[in-house]
Design a protein around this ligand. Sequence first.
Ligand SMILES: O=C(O)CCC(=O)C(=O)O
Length: 288
Amino acid sequence: MSQQLKVAIMLTDEQKQQYRQQGYLLLENVCSSELLAAVKERAAHIVNTWQDSDSSHIFTTKDNDRSGNDFFLDSAEEIRCFFEEEAFDEQGNFVQDRALCINKIGHALHELDPVFEAFSHRPILGEIAQDIGLLEPQIRQSMYIYKQPRIGGEVKWHQDASFFFTTPQSVVTYWFAIEDATLENGCLWVEPKGHNGALRERFNRSGSDTTMESLDNTPWPTETGIAVPVKAGSLVVFHGHLPHYSAPNRSSKSRQAYTLHVTDARTEYATENWLQSEKLPLRGFNKK
Ligand SMILES: O=C(O)CCC(=O)C(=O)O
């Protein structure tokens, strides 16, 4: 891909301190409008060539029991489209245009799709990783999240280390706003400093069974969460223990985002994590 970042980012001491103290960092103007257009168009191409209309292939965080859900579990190293929970009416028909019913595309865009591969492995993302202490980054997962107009599902409060458990904790999330994210269309919410708290739960897989193991009963944020509305082209980087959430989208605009979950090769990646890298290369960011 020829499009490059407009600005070269090296985190300032203040930004590093913000990440350390608050558990997240907002970087604006990280992606050019050309780059955003290219990934948006590519995601639309994937959706438009995706044939499946099976109403059981939805993604929801209402409950995290994915036992027997091979469509989800086998997507670890594939590119698959998942429908919004409210995509189908009682007769099993789409409630709006099929393309406006996709919840997300996951989970190996960063290795299997050339446009997302180029986007995901850019050296600048590796520089950010170094700056926040992720010295041997390995990209584990990618998702293109639509948060569709009117039916975009809620993402319940959670911590990403529940799904990418390493010893010691290392997972960092890169959340790219492909479109403006606002209060109306379901922007991210985070709990500043919440990364200092314990990990509340852990998502374990054994074969086709999954369980959400409770580790700590600290309640999810109510008063302490803050909204993080951002402009298209921004990147929010956050710590694996940081509680975060996004509300349903009842507005007429989608809120497209792309995420990478990245762990550090110097840590031990749990064999119980649902997503294991077996077929695909496990690698970090390209060097300059
Ligand atoms: O984009 C969202 O609404 C939430 C994404 C998220 O929770 C994640 O990538 O960990």
